[in-house]
Design a protein around this ligand. Structure first.
Ligand SMILES: Nc1ncnc2c1ncn2[C@@H]1O[C@H](COP(=O)(O)OP(=O)(O)O)[C@@H](O)[C@H]1O
Ligand SMILES: [Mg+2]
Length: 410
C-alpha cells in the first residue's frame, strides 16, 4: 500500500458527488454602465430540474444566453457537461437544447413538417426521431395540423419537441411556462418530469415563483444580478430554519447565515456545509432548552387583545437581514368544541403575532420555529382544550423567496 500523496484529503467517509452538469463560476456581465450579472456562482447536478427564479430584469436571460453560447461573458466561466462555453461552443451546442423566451414558430407548415425541417437542419440521421418526439410531446394526433392554428400551449410543446430532436443531455428553457394557461402549464410540467425520467438535466427560468416550483429539485434565486441563494429546496429551507431557531432563542445567527448573500455559495458548498447555527443554540428541529414541566410557557394568555404581537418588534432590531414579518409562519390548529376558547388562550402569547378563526380552525401566525408549534399545542392541552389537528403551513419556496430577497429590481 502506498502512502497518500501530500495534500491528499484525510481518509474517512466522504460522499462522492457526481460532477455538476452545469457549472457557473463568478459570472459577471455588464451592458453599458449597468452591472447585469455580478459574480454569479452555482452548480446544477445531473438529473436535476433547476429553477432559476427572479423578477424581470434580474439577469436570468443574460445568464441563459451565456450558457447557450450566444453571449460571451465579461468575466467568469460556464461549463456544460465539462465543456467551457467560450472554449468549445460547438460541442456545447450539441449537448444542449435551448428554448428562448418568446420564441416564434414557423406558422404556415404542419407540425410534422416543422419537426422534419429542424431534424434535417440538425442533421438528425433518422426521421424516426420525429415520430418519437411527436409521441413524447403528445403531438402525434395533430401532426398534420398547420402550426398557425395551434394553441399557445401546443406551440410551446412543439418548441420543446424541436429542441429534443438531437437528443441533448441538458435542456435550457427560458421562461417555458410564461403566458400559458393552467392546463398547458400542467402539461409542460408533466412533460418536464418525463424528460427528467429519461435522464435529462433541466434548467428553467421563471419570474413567477410558484409557476413550476413543484417540479424543481433545486433552485437559484437571482436578484439584481446577484445570486442570493442556490441549492436543493429542502436544504435551503433547513438552513433558514437554523437561522430561525437562533432567532427564536435570542441568539444572533452567524453572519453568513443571516445575510442572504451567504447562501450564494456554489451548490456543492450548500450540500457540504452543515446548516449553520449559533454554538449553543439547538440544531434545527431539536427541542431548544428545557420546556417548563408543569407551568404553561410564561407569558401565555388569556391576554387582553391590545397586548397582541409583542414579540416581533424587538426581534426586528436584532435581525435586520430577516424582517420578522417575512419570517412569520402560520399553523392551523383544529380543536374539539368551539375554537374561540383556543383563540382566546393564544392571543397575545409570546411569539404569537395573530390569531384568527377560519372555517372552524384556529389560524395562528407566529414568529419562531417548530418548537413554537409544540409550545402552542402544549399550552392548549394544559388548558383543557382537545387538540385534534395541527397543520403547519409549508410553502417552502415562497417562504425562502421572501426571506432571502429584498424585493429589488434594477
Ligand atoms: N442587449 C442588451 N443591451 C442592454 N441591456 C440589456 C441587454 N439585454 C438585457 N439588458 C438589461 O439587462 C438586465 C437583465 O436583463 P435580462 O437578463 O433579460 O433579465 P431577466 O431575464 O431576468 O428578465 C435588464 O435591465 C435588461 O434591460
Ligand atoms: Mg428573461
Amino acid at each position: 500500500m502506498s502512502a497518500a500523496p501530500p495534500g491528499a484529503p484525510p481518509p474517512g467517509p466522504r460522499v462522492e458527488r457526481p460532477a455538476p452538469t452545469i457549472r457557473v463560476r463568478h459570472l459577471s456581465h455588464r451592458f453599458g454602465s449597468l452591472d447585469v450579472l455580478r459574480d454569479v456562482t452555482f452548480d446544477v447536478g445531473p438529473g436535476e430540474i433547476f429553477g432559476f427564479i427572479g423578477p424581470n430584469g434580474a439577469g436570468k436571460t443574460t445568464t441563459i444566453r451565456v450558457m447557450a453560447t450566444l453571449l460571451e461573458p465579461m468575466a467568469g466561466r460556464v461549463e456544460i457537461d465539462g465543456v467551457d462555453v467560450t472554449i468549445d461552443p460547438a460541442a456545447v451546442r450539441r449537448s444542449i437544447g435551448y428554448m428562448p423566451d418568446h420564441a416564434g414558430v414557423y406558422d404556415r407548415i404542419t407540425v410534422r413538417e416543422y419537426l422534419e425541417f429542424f431534424a434535417d437542419a440538425f442533421r438528425v440521421p433518422s426521421l424516426d426521431v420525429v415520430d418519437a418526439v411527436l409521441e413524447l410531446t403528445d403531438l402525434g394526433k395533430i401532426q398534420d395540423r398547420i402550426v398557425a392554428t395551434m394553441s399557445k400551449g401546443m406551440k410551446q410543446r412543439l418548441q420543446l419537441g424541436r429542441i429534443l430532436l438531437h437528443d441533448p443531455k441538458v435542456l435550457i428553457l427560458d421562461e417555458p411556462a410564461s403566458d400559458l394557461d393552467p392546463r398547458a402549464r400542467i402539461e409542460i410540467r408533466d412533460l418536464l418530469l418525463e424528460l427528467r425520467s429519461l435522464g435529462k438535466t433541466i434548467f428553467l427560468s421563471s419570474h413567477i415563483l410558484t409557476e413550476l416550483s413543484d417540479v424543481c429539485t433545486s433552485i437559484g434565486i437571482l436578484e439584481k444580478g446577484r445570486l442570493v441563494v442556490a441549492g436543493p429546496i429542502g436544504e435551503i429551507a433547513a438552513r433558514l430554519e437554523a437561522v430561525r431557531a437562533a432567532q427564536a432563542h435570542g441568539h444572533a445567527p452567524p453572519r453568513h447565515a443571516a445575510a442572504p448573500a451567504g447562501y450564494a455559495a456554489p451548490a456543492a458548498h450548500v450540500h457540504d456545509a452543515p446548516p449553520p447555527y449559533e454554538p449553543g443554540a439547538p440544531p434545527p428541529g431539536a427541542a431548544a432548552g428545557p420546556l417548563p414541566a408543569a407551568a404553561p410557557p410564561p407569558g401565555y394568555g388569556p391576554h387582553p387583545p391590545h397586548a397582541a404581537a409583542p414579540a416581533s418588534a424587538g426581534q426586528a432590531a436584532a435581525y435586520p437581514a430577516l424582517s420578522p414579518l417575512l419570517s412569520r409562519r402560520k399553523v392551523k390548529v383544529r380543536v374539539l368544541g368551539e375554537p374561540e376558547a383556543a383563540a382566546y388562550l393564544l392571543r397575545g402569547g409570546p411569539g404569537i403575532a395573530d390569531v384568527a378563526i377560519v372555517a372552524g380552525a384556529v389560524h395562528v401566525g407566529y414568529i419562531g420555529n417548530d418548537v413554537k408549534i409544540a409550545e402552542i399545542v402544549q399550552h392548549l392541552v394544559r388548558s383543557g382544550i382537545g387538540v385534534i389537528g395541527v397543520e403547519p403551513e409549508r410553502n417552502e419556496l415562497e417562504r425562502i423567496f421572501l426571506e432571502v430577497t429584498q424585493g429589488e429590481v434594477q
